[in-house]
Design a protein around this ligand. Structure first.
Ligand code: ATP
Length: 245
């Protein structure tokens, strides 16, 4: 319904190999239309939380032992990844895991597998409008593109699923500042067109500059949560994530 957040993570506990407790009761709301930043140091559990949302825990011998994930009020935890994509959640993996041997065009088409032909065709048009560079390079082998262009391919591929919620795992990792700015502008444009965004970033400055809200994870727990502006002014966050202090 309208009142429910688009994504709600409720009291999530996640264990790897039946012994390693990595998420210890995490709750997180992503309101429809928002950009929510998920911050936290290496090993805090960010990637694990994303795996729990997208249904990819199994592959890593992880399991939800408590809590649930709801999309639009409906439980998605326990469903298979393609079903979750079909419900409207698409993720851009950390490290831009594109198909390096395939062309830009083939990468994008692979992202539309959960949609009908006509839906995929429409999504393809939107991706080309959003990334004119990809339109120019559509027949090139993706692995030979620059880091920034590969990030665009990865984002474009996720957008081919016409997601309601786009999850980005460290999109600025290893990219030059000028490219990070481009990626940021694209995320803002997408959001303005109606896509809700969950943005995982080590680059807290970038993330909090565009986010509406932010959540900070530390060793599997939420330690801070609030409006992005308030988090930008928070002394702990300035010291640990913004290098100010
Ligand atoms: P990073 O920014 O480095 O990706 P993160 O915040 O995303 O860090 P996770 O990757 O979720 O953190 O890792 C959280 C903890 O879970 C770490 O201690 C990590 O070693 C552990 N972990 C991750 N994947 C597995 C796995 N498949 N099996 C066992 N432990 C794992």
């Amino acid at each position: 319904g309208d009142a429910a957040p688009l994504l709600a993570v409720r009291g999530l506990e996640v264990v790897y190999d039946d012994v390693v407790l990595v998420l210890r009761g995490v709750s997180l709301d992503v309101p429809r239309g928002a950009i929510v930043a998920l911050l936290g140091a290496n090993g805090a559990g960010k990637t694990t939380l994303l795996r729990a949302i997208t249904g990819l825990l199994d592959v890593h011998r992880g399991r939800i032992t408590k809590g649930e994930v709801l999309l639009d009020g409906e439980r998605i935890s326990g469903r298979q990844p393609p079903a979750i994509v079909r419900r409207g959640v698409a993720q851009v993996m950390e490290g831009r895991r594109i198909f390096a041997e395939m062309t830009v065009d083939e990468n994008l088409r692979a992202g539309g597998f959960t949609r009908s032909r006509s839906e995929a065709r429409e999504a393809y048009g939107r991706v080309m409008d959003l990334f004119p560079k990809l339109a120019e390079r559509r027949d090139q082998t993706a692995g030979y593109l620059s880091g920034g262009e590969q990030q665009m391919v990865a984002m474009g591929r996720a957008l081919m699923a016409s997601p309601q919620l786009l999850i980005l795992d460290e999109p600025s990792l290893g990219l030059a500042p000028r490219i990070v700015e481009q990626i940021r502008d694209i995320v803002v444009a997408l959001n303005e067109q109606g896509t809700t965004v969950l943005l995982v970033e080590q680059n807290a400055t970038m993330a909090l500059s565009i986010a509406t809200r932010g959540t900070v994870l530390e060793t599997g727990r939420v330690v801070k949560e609030g409006a992005a502006a308030a988090l930008r002014d928070d002394r702990d966050i300035q010291e640990f994530y913004l290098g100010i202090g």
